[in-house]
Write a protein that binds this ligand. Structure first.
Ligand code: SAM
Length: 269
């Protein structure tokens, strides 16, 4: 039974099974999700009642990180891999509020992202939404819209925010990260956030993700640090989300929720 305020499904979108993008939208409290997605969000909430706050912690860091990249690092090109459905403070809005000439390409393999993204971006010629599988770096970087907007001889910010934990080990996430970072020049940045294997609560949440969504690989701090190999970490390094250049003082000890994700920005020397 659709919820009363449910957005009708765009043509060609299968809403009989949950999708990562729509389940995340449901966790955030958005409207572009359907009963199977909300069922996943409910299961996650049973195990981690503060999952919504965690998702918003991640969005907040996305904003702080993009602001840093545009304002302090001077980056003008962004590839947002696994961008998800548009919500508030999207990458192009933050980047272009800092630098009007910033160019942003969103990449996601969920057709709902393209359907909703196109509408929101229709009037902005410095932003594009590309439907592609990020596990194919050559295909993504060779895509017409990516080539139109991203000049690979100039520094690029590669965003993998809330994304790499959706890749299983046998999909070669490190090799994928390396392929993108090898393709961009010195002065480029990698910006990532990732679920952290920080204790029993993380393990319970990981099990729920894997059972209901089929992905969600929590990694140790050392495992996540490997994605940043060869890059110069921007201060304060790889830390829990609230600790990365916070807008307000951090209160210690951090809560269980605040220790479920870590994030970092690394600069290619
Ligand atoms: N980056 C956003 C954020 O942090 O707010 C959204 C994160 S959302 C949890 C993960 C996104 O990655 C989903 O929209 C999903 O569709 C996308 N995704 C998962 N696997 C992908 C793949 N192989 N290629 C492209 N996108 C993928």
């Amino acid at each position: 039974m659709p919820a009363q305020d449910e957005t009708p499904a765009p043509p060609g979108i299968d809403v009989t099974n949950p999708s990562i993008a729509r389940a995340y939208d449901a966790v955030l409290g958005g409207k572009d999700n359907y009963a199977p997605d909300r069922a996943v969000a409910d299961e996650l909430m049973k195990v981690m009642p503060e999952i919504r706050e965690l998702a918003w912690d991640n969005r907040a860091l996305l904003g702080r990180g993009v602001r840093y990249l545009a304002r302090e690092a001077g980056v003008r090109q962004f590839i947002d891999l696994g961008s998800g459905l548009p919500t508030v403070e999207n990458t192009h809005q933050v980047a272009q509020s800092e630098a009007v000439d910033a160019r942003v390409v969103y990449v996601d393999n969920d057709p709902i992202v393209l359907a909703h993204g196109r509408a929101i971006l229709a009037e902005n010629d410095r932003t594009a939404v590309v439907s592609a599988d990020l596990r194919d770096p050559e295909g993504v970087l060779g895509h017409d819209r990516v080539r139109d907007l991203i000049d690979l001889s100039e520094p690029v910010a590669v965003l993998l925010v809330g994304m790499l934990h959706h890749l299983h080990d046998d999909e070669g996430p490190k090799r994928i990260v390396e392929a993108y970072m090898d393709a961009v020049p010195s002065g480029s940045h990698l910006f990532l956030t990732h679920f952290c294997r920080s204790g029993p609560d993380a393990e319970a949440l990981e099990k729920t993700f894997l059972h209901f969504l089929g992905t969600g690989r929590f990694r140790t701090r050392d495992e996540v640090a490997e994605y940043l190999d060869g890059l110069d970490l921007v201060d304060p390094g790889l830390v829990y989300l609230p600790e990365w250049r916070p807008d307000k003082p951090v209160e210690y000890p951090l809560s269980v929720r605040e220790r479920l994700m870590i994030g970092a920005i690394g600069r290619k020397p």
